[in-house]
Write a protein that binds this ligand. Structure first.
Ligand code: N7H
Length: 472
């Protein structure tokens, strides 16, 4: 198994964070960059350090301390064009990584238009130009992030003129305030369900699935393609710059509130049906008719469900097939398919390690009133996996965007799109099962509430690879 001193901390374990910045950069002078990188490598946060930071925070809280320990994390990752700029020519064996995300944007379903026969997604310009790498800096406060980032820039000699590399775009994320802490901008508790990695997350929560190390780390058990030896213990990072149309989402919930309840409760219930969890985090599969905030925040219970039923076919009585968390981790919808139907199908190699953070301000009173987004906000989505085609890309294209998925269901119930992230290049979307009393009824959805404005695929090398293959 991997040594946690060799793996970057964001890949496994994860950073403890309130604030985070992602600085996307382009390399100008490969030799000089490699030299400065040698000085940066000892400063990079390993998984061992990230784990010890987590323990420190726990200890601090146990002693009655407020959650203000000074903690920060630093990681670095490179795109295919970044490897090429550095003169690293070994093939990492991952198609989507090699091609870059821009080329795959149309297939991912992003909105855009075709100009002279070439699809152009509606991305911000920064992501339409080559990005060589990304530095991720996290911390307990804005000041901690600034301090660590300044030191990183100085160490790397990242500067607009005459440095080793320069910044293309910087994106800043922050945990939302007060009782929305840990919730994404639509209001739902996030970061509940990640797979446990074998021999690393050794005490999984009930219902938390343990995956082989090679599902996340290259070169480990169950990682299949041939890799250069230096790729061992690295991981692919899929980054997505996703805007969220929050007032529009809330307006839709009110307009289409589930009947038979007060308008507020009907809207709340519809929101839960779209996501598959209540805003508190409580899964519909365990509490299908009303929220249970105690369950929502209890890690011993809030992931302990499988969508398994005593019936001989899967149903969407408790949770729609298309609900975001069911589409993106179908559990028993695949693992419970009986042998006579060709099953069971394992979902192990579809699992990803998610590490997103919200960006942008809270919804303003004006936006609420006009039901129209005027401020940019959303999710700086990122996830790690050893194989992008099996992980992020498969979940987006073959599950969220695939109207027939999951397959093992009553013939008259076409699940439709994942209402949160499912997309088809601004085409029309619908789903069934939103109303628990009308499983076959189709609900028309807006073309998108989550709008992709950019992204890239990166490789997060191990510490030994950074020292020997990347730095000099
Ligand atoms: Fe999702 N949301 O607020 O609705 N996501 N997601 N996601 N997501 C999850 O279980 C959300 C996105 C997954 O194991 C929760 O931890 C939003 C992308 C997966 O049961 C909530 C955006 C992809 C899971 C959200 C967004 C995924 C998951 C419940 C974009 C991959 C775990 C919290 C702005 C292609 C499912 C939790 C499981 C959970 C939301 C993006 C995948 C609330 C707003 C792009 C695998």
């Amino acid at each position: 198994p991997a040594d946690l001193n060799n793996v970057q901390g964001d890949v496994v374990i994860g950073f403890s964070k309130r604030f985070e910045s992602a600085v996307f950069f382009q390399i100008d002078n490969a030799d000089a960059f490699r030299k400065q990188l040698a000085a940066l490598v000892p400063k990079i946060t390993t998984a061992a350090q990230a784990a010890s930071d987590k323990d420190k925070i726990k200890e601090h809280k146990r002693n009655g301390g407020k959650d203000l320990l000074k903690i920060s994390g630093l990681n670095i990752s490179f795109s295919q064009t970044g490897l090429t700029a550095l003169g690293i020519t070994d093939d990492l064996g991952d198609g989507p990584f090699r091609d870059g995300q821009l080329k795959g944007a149309e297939a991912l379903g992003d909105s855009g238009s075709t100009v002279n026969g070439v699809f152009q997604p509606n991305w911000v310009p920064a992501f339409k130009n080559p990005i060589h790498g990304v530095i991720i800096v996290s911390g307990d406060s804005h000041a901690t992030v600034e301090e660590r980032l300044l030191d990183t820039k100085n160490t790397l000699k990242l500067s607009p003129q005459g440095g080793t590399c320069h910044e293309i775009i910087r994106l800043n994320g922050a945990v939302r305030p007060d009782d929305q802490k840990g919730h994404e901008h639509f209001g739902f508790l996030d970061g509940i369900s990640n797979p446990a990695v074998k021999d690393i997350d050794t005490t999984p929560f009930p219902g938390q699935e343990t995956v082989a190390q090679g599902i996340v780390l290259l070169g480990r058990e169950k990682d299949t393609p041939p890799r250069p030896s230096w790729a061992l213990d690295g991981s692919f990072l899929a980054f997505r710059y996703l805007f969220q149309l929050v007032p529009e989402f809330n307006d839709f919930l009110r307009q289409n509130a589930i009947p038979g309840l007060s308008p507020e409760d009907g809207a709340e219930f519809l929101g839960a049906r779209l996501v598959g969890r209540w805003k508190s985090g409580a899964p519909l599969d365990l509490t299908p008719l009303k929220d249970d905030p105690e369950l929502g925040k209890d890690p011993q219970r809030n992931n302990n469900f499988r969508y398994d039923f005593p019936e001989d076919i899967q149903t969407q009585d408790r949770c729609p097939f298309a609900a975001h968390v069911r589409k993106t981790n179908p559990r028993f919808d695949l693992e419970g398919v009986p042998p006579e139907k060709g099953g069971p199908f394992s979902t192990e190699n579809r699992r990803i390690v998610r590490r997103g953070i919200p960006f942008g301000p809270e919804v303003t009173p004006q936006e609420k009133q006009s039901k129209t987004t005027t401020q940019e906000r959303g999710l700086l989505f990122r996830c790690y996996q050893s194989n992008i085609a099996n992980g992020f890309q498969f979940i987006q294209e073959s599950w969220a965007n695939a109207t027939g998925f999951p397959p093992f269901k009553p013939a008259d119930q076409v699940p439709g799109f994942d209402p949160i992230i499912g997309q088809v290049n601004s085409g029309t979307r619908s789903m069934t099962g939103a109303n628990p009393n009308a499983a076959t009824a189709s609900l028309q959805l807006p073309t998108e509430w989550v709008v992709s404005k950019g992204g890239e695929y990166f490789f997060s090398p191990s510490l030994p690879a950074l020292k020997t293959t990347f730095a000099k």
